[in-house]
Structures are given as structure tokens and as C-alpha cells.
Design a binder for this molecule. Structure first.
Ligand code: CMP
Length: 143
């Protein structure tokens, strides 16, 4: 069924000039781009986006990383988009991610892993409301 998912092409990807390589993989798979912006985020948005990780030991370094420079935030759409994008992205740790995936081919760190993608349809709804409130479903809680 038609789904939307929130993707971040993280600051390491922008610094490494990998934006078009990563975006191209999503486009070639047939996903649509419903929204896209290049921006640098502050700690407040990082904390809201990563609410489930804020208390974890790796979070301070993760926050510093995601606020370290501009990233590309986008909403991708298509049939089964949430799972499709997770499959293209690969496992969190680039050292463990399968070859053929974005992280498996291009990343070699667990933190600087180039991409974030919503992990479920519910998470996607929350993350889209946070990053692109103008796209949110009516009735979605504002951040
Ligand atoms: P992401 O898919 O955006 O979701 C949480 C992020 O936390 C993850 O990508 C990584 O950037 C980071 N992360 C997850 N696990 C670790 C870890 N063990 N050490 C450092 N960073 C991590």
C-alpha cells in the first residue's frame, strides 16, 4: 500500500559528496520525492527526532554529529516505502551492513552511517510531522 517515510541524508554524506549517489539509489528504485530540504538542525530538533535514544550512552556524540553541518531531509513515497527504504539503507553499523546496501557499500561506522530512515509506518508519521509539518496528516500532534 502507498506509504511515506522520512529519510535524512546525514552531515557525513553531505561532507563526502554522496548526496546524489544516495538520492539516486532511492530514485532508481522508483520511490517518489514528496518533500526535500537542505538544512542544519539545532539540538532541540535532534533531541525530538531521536527521543528514543536521548538517554543512551552514544547519544551526546550522535547529537554532536547530526548538528555538525547541513543534512538533507526528505519524504519518500511509494508502495511499501518504509520497508523498501530500510532495505536499501541496510543495517545500522556500516561495518556489518550487507554489500549492496547504502551503508554496506559506503559507510564503515555505526554513528556516521550516512542515512536515517523511519523504522515503521507509525514512526514515519511522527517524524514527518516533526520535519515537514505542512505534510502531516490532519490531527497529528505538533512538536
Ligand atoms: P539512525 O538510523 O539515524 O538511528 C539512530 C542513530 O544512532 C543511528 O542511525 C546511528 O547514527 C547512531 N547509532 C546507533 N547505534 C550507535 C552506536 N552503538 N554508537 C554510535 N552511534 C550509534
Amino acid at each position: 500500500s502507498a506509504e511515506r517515510t522520512l529519510v535524512l541524508i546525514k552531515p557525513d554524506a553531505v561532507r563526502r559528496r554522496l548526496v546524489s549517489e544516495i538520492l539516486g539509489r532511492f530514485e532508481r528504485k522508483g520511490l517518489g520525492i514528496d518533500a526535500m530540504v537542505l538544512r542544519r538542525i539545532d539540538a532541540r530538533l535532534a533531541d525530538l527526532h531521536y527521543a528514543e535514544h536521548v538517554a543512551k550512552p552514544f547519544y551526546p556524540a550522535l547529537r554532536d554529529f547530526v548538528t555538525s553541518g547541513p543534512l538533507v531531509a526528505l519524504v519518500l513515497s511509494g508502495s511499501g516505502a518504509v520497508g523498501l527504504v530500510r532495505g536499501l539503507v541496510g543495517a545500522t553499523d556500516g561495518r556489518l551492513a550487507a554489500p549492496g546496501t547504502i551503508r554496506g557499500d559506503l559507510a564503515s561506522s555505526s554513528r556516521e552511517n550516512l542515512v536515517h530512515a523511519s523504522d515503521s509506518v507509525d514512526t514515519a508519521r511522527r517524524e514527518i510531522a516533526l520535519w515537514f509539518p505542512e505534510l502531516a496528516d490532519p490531527g497529528t500532534e505538533p512538536a
